[in-house]
Design a protein around this ligand. Structure first.
Ligand code: SF4
Ligand code: SF4
Length: 444
């Protein structure tokens, strides 16, 4: 695609990055069929190719209107288009750049701006989110419909149940974990289950007290500088644990092997810190190292699959209770398209004795997409309905996923329990431990 960027952007690093991305697009249209919003709306401007064209016009200095903003807002940033693009167009980066510019040129209504501001103030702040959720749940019957429906319900799955015990830090092998902002309140057992499994595999999980939101909420709501500040805060919080002797790690540095992400939405963002902060003279190098160390929990457990299968009593002992073991796996977009990690958690679950049902159109977004379910409720609900139908079609007994946003969103549309796959694995290990104790008691 030929481009002639306008003076206001052409010499900036964002302009140059966007231009390089635009030039890779050959208009082939392979990406259209895979785009959830194009499938629902059938409008080229709600397809990746159409949005790329809109962004090109913005960067070339054409007038920017609310219509431009609407089509960019409707994009889920699911990045399914990147997965199928034969030219390697980095659509996710391009749409972030385009949205940032459009946000500055097109004013939102007071109400729309206020909702976005409120989301930026509450979601990234774990304490504020926990208090507001408590208040919202207690006053739910008094609230107007839209607000009432946006408050996550407490479901009967282990994610939201009584918090599991966490093992003490006792191993030489250590990894950091990101607590996240909404996950500790909505599903505290995900990180507890992760710590328990890794402990059994000889790895202690530790937390950096000053780490917080990964920055994705603000960044994708076009408050990009605010998002970058959250990222810098995490780099500062984690750096002393990275343990590079000749740098800020200094005395007492722990030297963690990895920074573990249990929410793929955060993982995809932290893996991009190096790129997003590459021009920051103070943070560029450290951010790149943080991204390098960042791993989704599936990547960590995959490397330990053999040890895990042994803990479960070997491959033949792994067939479990049929009522518990028939799973539909919902792979979040941030896992399969963003981080390009495909089939890994599924392979681990199968090795652990679970049966995975076939899920049609598994590449399509569930409609959660960060704050999309709140800002674009109609499209989000249609996608949710389609996703739940697909997940339930193989008659599973439960649904497994890998991201808190998808977990809560899918749970709102089904009566089946929806859990993080790591919790399901932890439950299996706990069942095995209980059976071992019972058989030992019988022998005595
Ligand atoms: S598939 Fe890639 S190259 Fe083809 S139109 Fe879509 S983004 Fe452009
Ligand atoms: S990111 Fe998803 S919704 Fe947005 S254009 Fe690409 S496929 Fe469509």
């Amino acid at each position: 695609m030929q481009t002639h960027l306008a003076d206001f952007i052409k010499d900036s690093s964002e302009g140059q990055e966007a231009e390089a991305i635009l030039r890779n697009c050959v208009h082939c249209g392979f990406c259209l069929a895979t785009c959830p919003t194009y499938q629902l709306l059938g409008d080229e401007l709600d397809s990746p190719r159409g949005r790329i064209y809109l962004i090109k016009q913005v960067l070339e200095g054409a007038p920017v209107t609310q219509k431009t903003q609407l089509h960019l807002d409707r994009c889920l940033t699911c990045r399914a288009c990147e997965t199928v693009c034969p030219s390697g167009v980095q659509y996710g980066r391009l749409v972030d750049i385009g949205r940032g510019i459009v946000e500055k040129k097109v004013a939102r209504s007071f109400a729309a701006g206020a909702v976005r501001y409120a989301l930026r103030q509450t979601l990234p702040n774990a304490g504020v989110f926990a208090s507001l959720l408590k208040l919202g749940r207690s006053t739910r019957p008094l609230l107007p419909g839209v607000l009432r429906d946006s408050i996550p319900r407490i479901k009967n799955s282990q994610s939201a149940g009584p918090t599991l015990s966490q093992p003490p830090v006792q191993h030489q092998r250590k990894m950091l974990v990101l607590e996240g902002c909404v996950q500790p309140t909505l599903a505290p057992n995900i990180n507890a289950a992760t710590a328990r499994i890794l402990d059994k595999l000889g790895i202690s999980l530790i937390k950096a007290p000053n780490a917080g939101c990964c920055g994705a909420v603000s960044y994708h709501l076009n408050a990009q500088q605010e998002g970058l500040d959250y990222m810098r805060r995490n780099v500062d919080a984690w750096w002393p644990y990275v343990g590079m002797e000749d740098d800020a790690g200094g005395e007492g540095a722990v030297g963690v092997e990895a920074i573990v992400m249990t929410a793929s939405g955060c993982g995809v963002t932290v893996k991009e810190y190096g790129h997003l902060l590459r021009h920051d003279p103070v943070y560029a190098e450290r951010a790149a190292r943080i991204s390098e160390l960042t791993k989704d929990i599936s990547e960590i457990v995959e490397a330990e699959t053999q040890a895990l299968v042994s803990l479960l009593g070997g491959p033949l002992a792994n067939k479990g209770d049929a009522k518990k073991s028939r799973l539909a796996f919902h792979s979040p977009c941030t896992l399969q398209h963003g981080m390009r990690i495909r089939g890994v958690a599924e392979k681990i679950l199968v090795a652990a004795g679970f049966e995975l049902t076939y899920v049609p159109d598994a590449h399509l977004c569930c409609g959660s997409a960060g704050t999309y379910s709140i800002l674009q409720p109609e499209l989000s609900q249609q996608l949710l309905k389609n996703k739940v139908t697909a997940l339930e079609s193989g008659q599973p007994t439960r649904i497994a996923t890998a991201n808190i946003g998808c977990l809560m969103h899918v749970q709102s549309g089904t009566s089946l329990p929806v859990e993080h796959w790591i919790e399901i694995l932890d439950e299996k290990l706990r069942d095995k431990d209980t059976r071992t104790v019972e058989s030992a008691a019988q022998v005595r």
